[in-house]
Every structure is written in structure tokens, then in C-alpha cells.
Design a protein around this ligand. Sequence first.
Ligand SMILES: Cc1cc2nc3c(=O)[nH]c(=O)nc-3n(C[C@H](O)[C@H](O)[C@H](O)COP(=O)(O)OP(=O)(O)OC[C@H]3O[C@@H](n4cnc5c(N)ncnc54)[C@H](O)[C@@H]3O)c2cc1C
Length: 410
Amino acid sequence: MSNEVYVIGCGAAGMSAAIMAAQKGARVTVLEGMKSPGKKLLLTGNGRCNLSNTDPDIASRYRSDTTRSPEKFTQSVFSRFSVSDTLTFLSSAGILTSARGEYLYPRCMQAQAVVELLSARMKELGVRVRFDTKVLSLRSPGSSDGKWQIITQGWTYSADRVILCAGSRAYPATGSDGSGYELASSCGHTIMPVVPALTALVTEEHFLRGASGDRTLSSVTLTAGERSYSEQGELQWTDQGISGIVVFNLSRYAARALAEGLQVHASIDLFPDMSEDELRSLLSSLPGNSEGIVTSSSVRGLLPVRLRDALFASGALRQKKNVSFPDTDTALRLFRHLKLTISGVRSYDQAQICAGGIYLSEVNEDTLESKLCPGLYFAGEILDIDGPCGGYNLQWAWSSGALAGMNAAR
Ligand SMILES: Cc1cc2nc3c(=O)[nH]c(=O)nc-3n(C[C@H](O)[C@H](O)[C@H](O)COP(=O)(O)OP(=O)(O)OC[C@H]3O[C@@H](n4cnc5c(N)ncnc54)[C@H](O)[C@@H]3O)c2cc1C
């Protein structure tokens, strides 16, 4: 007789798991707390759904807070269900993709189509989906019938296998309210406390709030205790601090360090594409800069106006009182090493993902089955794995979901 597989959560990982388990012959039911599928998926890529990435070294880009080298784990998953397998899987549901650089999107550039087509594929395969059905607790098989008990508000379901794809705590309005961690922990799993990730940072430097709306090509180096992390790309200045993909990719480190009580700083190089000598000679040669002084009007073509005004209005560029303009060395130092104190990260309501989750050491990397509770599988963001911006997190959801689904159906 085929396995009765229950999937908890109808997000990207849950839909992938349900489709693969059904394709392998299992009888599949998805239990979803919200009234409709893929609420978070609809928001991805600003509604365009950056669903994967062509990065040839994709497995090495993920981070974990409980495993020093999560690559062994991700490599194991991707070797069993790769980006190419994902594209075949998506196209069998009618989702064709197109690339923008390394980023992959559905050809129609609409997340709505991805959700609709995956839902249609589940229906075609006979997957039953119960919406408005939040799972309240999970009981591992007792000795009598060997079945899992899945308890919801109005009903208790029995299952041979359970795949937990309840997501994280990020964007709780989409249904991922963190209850999945409680379900896993009630089965004996250890959870690395989560922090918001892929989100903006809050800084203490109020004088820079005036630069809100400006964007600069920047290299950002985050330091927290002994550790430092760098990213280069477009930085966005906001009314609370800094944002943009460079900042999003660093935010997991800042959030974790702040949670550990460490001081966190960001050093910003506003001219990462120039050497120190090149910038020095450029500043000296600009019209209006004579006798080693850098005037605000001279750098009008180098910095966006609000950022320039905020920097020149602040004391940061004045090396002495009563001196209106900095000398070249002071300006150079500030433009290359603008130091900010990070006082916080934006809340879960604005974070794309969470860092932390179920300890990888408690999950079989070949099957995604729990090492503690046979018959229980995990996929997606609920695991202690997180990727950078660029389609990596959805790719993780597709691959881990598919692998868990295939194995749960066996
Ligand atoms: C605004 C935004 C933009 C993003 N853009 C991108 C992007 O372009 N590319 C990319 O790769 N990633 C992006 N991400 C991240 C990506 O969306 C997630 O990593 C991915 O969707 C996680 O999939 P998941 O299935 O693990 O979790 P989720 O999509 O969160 O799905 C979990 C599901 O489980 C349900 N659930 C939770 N608890 C229970 C329970 N107790 N009982 C029943 N159901 C439950 C929830 O309602 C939800 O439907 C973005 C995220 C956000 C918030």
C-alpha cells in the first residue's frame, strides 16, 4: 500500500515536497494554516519571483549557525536534486524560466503564475490541500498503529510520514509565524534561535538620515568582535540606516552578533572601484579644490547630493573647529572608511528570511529525515540554512522539498 504522506505548509518547499511525493506514488495531503497557497512566494522578487540562480558553485553560498561548514549538507541535497532538476520539475508544471544575469525568473515574470501552476500540478496529481488548517501539535507514532497524529483545531489526522515545511518567522503575515519550530522541538529537535536576515540595518548616526533615498556603489565591511564580513554593490541610504542587497547579505551576521551582545560596526568605502592614490589625485585635481582643501561643490559629480550634504554638514569632515572644509587626507579617510555603528536590524515583519532553525546535525543530509524521529522530514527555511539574495532561498526550498518528498514517499 502507498504511504499516506502529510505535508505541513503550502509554501515553496511544501508544494515541491507534495508534488514529488505524489509523483512517487504516495497519497499526499497538505495542511496549510492560511486560506490560500504560497503567500510568501507571491511576494518574492517584488512579485516577479526570483526562483533560482545559475551560480555553478551554488552549494557553497549557504550559511548555517550550527554547522561550521554547511556545504556538505547543501552539496548532498543539491547532488540529489539540482538546479537543473528543479528547472525540469518547474517546466513539467508549465513554469518556464528566463535569466537576468545569474538570477532566474519565470518567463512571465509573475510569482502569481508560479503559485497557480504549482497548485494546478498538485491538483492534477491528486494532492489534497486543506486550507485554514493550522497544525497545533504533532505526536510521533505510538506502538498501536504506528501512525503520526497531526492535531489541528477541528481534526486529528493520521499519517505514515510527515514533512514539516512550515517556514520561519520572517514576514509572519504570510503565515510563517514560527509555529513550525515548536512542532519540531516537541518532537525532540533542537532549534537554533532565529534572527531576522536579508533585511536592512539600523545605524546610530542620525546625521546620515538626511541621505535617505540616495544610492552609492560601496564596499561594506561589517565587524563584530573578532569577525569581519565584506560585500560590495549598491548601497541604499535610508531614514533608519542602510539597505540594499549588500546590506541584506550582511544582515544575518549583524543580527546574530547583536543577539550575542556584541558591538557591530560597518565601515563603508564609497569609492571601492579606485585605489587610494587614484582617489587622492582625483580629489586634488577637481575644480575648486586648491591648497589641499576639498570643497563640497567640488565633489558634486562624485557623490549623490543628499549624502554629500549630510557628510559636509556633519562634524565628521571637519578636522578642526572653525575650518569649513576638510583637507584631502581627512576627506579621503572618510570617503574610504565611513564608520557606522549598527544598533539593530529591521524586524521580522520586514525580513525576507531568518537565520537559525533546526540543527542540521539532527537531520539526515541524504534524505532530510529526522535522525531522532523516523518518518518525520524537514524542508525549506525551517532548517538552519540560509542563502544570500538572488534566488538561493527559493532554490533551497525547491531542492530540499523535492528530496524530502521523494524519500517520504518510499
Ligand atoms: C518579501 C520577500 C521577498 C523574497 N524574495 C525572494 C526571492 O526573490 N528569491 C528567493 O530565493 N527568496 C526570496 N524570499 C525568501 C523565500 O520566499 C523563502 O525563503 C521561501 O519562500 C521559504 O519557503 P518555505 O516553503 O520554506 O516557507 P514559507 O514560504 O514561509 O511557507 C511556509 C508555509 O507554512 C505555513 N505554516 C506555518 N506554520 C504552520 C502550521 N503550524 N500549520 C499549517 N501551516 C503552517 C505558512 O502559512 C506558509 O504557507 C523572499 C522572502 C520575502 C518575505
